[in-house]
Ligand binder design. Sequence first.
Ligand SMILES: [Zn+2]
Length: 293
Amino acid sequence: MTFKLPVALAAMLVLAAPALAADPPRPPAAVAFRIGQLQAWSLRDADFAIANDGKTFGADVDPAEVSRVLAAAGRPTDRIPVDIDALLVKTGDRLVLMDTGLGPLATNQLVASLKLAGFAPAQVTDVLITHSHYDHVSGLMTAARTLTFPNATVRMSTREWAWMRSQPQNAALVALIEPRVTPFELGAELAPGITAVALDGHTPGHSGYEVRSGEARLLDVGDMVHSSVVSLARPDWAMGFDSDKVLGRTTRHAELSRLARSGERVFTPHFPFPGVGHVVAQGDGFVWKPGVE
Ligand SMILES: [Zn+2]
């Protein structure tokens, strides 16, 4: 770790993931692109790497097999990079942020990235949460334990909100955001052109978000995938972070197949920034073709 963490939050981080922070962290960044008539930005929050220790990527195979996949892609084999980014979409008079990064667990770069896109936190009208893991919800709260986005409605699926409230380590955050949370049923349209999509397995109520404008489509897949190399080359391998590893694998394979067939653009919070691109079928798996177009 390269940054100071409050003790309780540090304990949560260690429990949740054997993550290694980039040193020094890369600077805040915002990459603008369009989805049909809508303006969108990818916002950088943090950079991490997960050790190739057999517990997370390929949790059901030998780490040597994971190493072979990484080496074949020309990547280091001892650790797997995991960026943390968020998606911002302007639709009508709504400014919609999807996930909130690490917030005070890291260096609050998401807020600095939001400012680079030209917005203040008070301008965000809706925060859509894919799921309640710490690297997606911690940015809802400032270091002073106030709301980061004071005017935003916080949306997550009914099942995810129930699960988040059941986790003792979330108590402070739940108490803070509860007055702002409006849960939804999967399939609901949450803002003009933005629909919640069930992507089951990672957490009990994990949701993706499809953004549509005219013929243009982009799917924020949340944590259906984590590595632009391993998750795509071997979607059938168990992911240590998935609550239901069998369901996670089934969803990952089916959805990657659908995305490769449709050619739909994809946003992933954990692929290399800006995390926008296409999934292409290759051999028994898939490869990532980054690009905002
Ligand atoms: Zn995540």
